[in-house]
Design a protein. Structure first.
Length: 247
């Protein structure tokens, strides 16, 4: 793997049984990143995949040395994101969903504002300049209900915590992630609550987002899980736990 300090941008992709799309995702990312005038690498954080995901990534890495794999036991997306971002070597670390629901060319929108204007730049599907394509109405409405609860209970002012595209400075990632514990779908809320509690600058970046039919989010069970975790995060904020940077 590339040594720390050698690269500007690490793209971290959490993946679990993504054999059907990880190959094209990597090819498209490589083509996009090659057009940037900065040193980069890609780290696929594999959440214990049982399909051909590791083999496909290994085949790409065999001919593109800037692609790496971090093999992990299956624990959930939150844990995979945490381990992947902490293992990355880049001065800037970009979290990227395997479905590539945001056109990768829009990574430059994040690079333009970080670190000049923020320490954590988060993709937003809400507000001026943001576009949602193909999302079912029910899914959108449930997402907005959840975000209303997030703003009321934990993160006032942030319109979209759940978008899977986020950019961190290495310093912010290393301070924030060790304070987080949620391994499921609400990890974004805890991560951003920790960032705010520690005083890191957060900025929303409007993006074009395409709904993916292969999303693993299941509305009823995962909504209940996310609501439960939201109460846990609020309790941690009130106890001041997320503002304590670990050495």
């Amino acid at each position: 793997m590339t040594a720390p300090g050698d690269i500007d941008l690490s793209v971290v992709i959490p993946a679990y049984n993504e054999a059907g799309r990880i190959g094209p995702t990597l090819e498209r990312l490589i083509a996009t990143l090659d057009r940037l005038t900065l040193p980069w690498d890609i780290l696929v954080a594999d959440d214990g995949s049982t399909d051909d995901t590791p083999a496909i990534v290994a085949a790409v890495a065999a001919r593109e040395p800037r692609v790496h794999t971090l093999r992990l036991p299956h624990r959930g997306k939150g844990a995979t994101v945490r381990d992947g971002l902490l293992a990355a070597a880049g001065a800037r670390r970009f979290l990227c969903d395997a479905d590539l629901s945001m056109p990768p060319e829009q990574i430059t929108r994040f690079l333009d504002v970080l670190p000049a204007h923020c320490d954590v730049a988060i993709g937003s599907r809400e507000g001026p300049g943001a576009v949602r394509i193909g999302e079912p109405l029910l899914r959108h409405l449930l997402g907005r209900v959840f975000n209303t609860l997030v703003r009321a209970m934990v993160l006032p002012g942030i319109q979209d915590t759940q978008c899977g595209f986020k950019l961190f400075t290495a310093e912010a990632a290393q301070a924030i992630l060790p304070t987080t514990a949620i391994e499921g779908w609400s990890f974004d809320v805890e991560l951003l609550a920790s960032a705010r509690a520690q005083g890191w600058r957060i900025r929303e970046v409007p993006i074009e987002w395409h709904y993916g039919q292969a999303s693993r989010l299941r509305i009823v069970p995962h909504s209940l899980e996310m609501l439960r975790d939201l109460y846990k995060v609020r309790a941690k904020v009130r106890r001041g736990e997320l503002g304590r940077r670990k050495p």
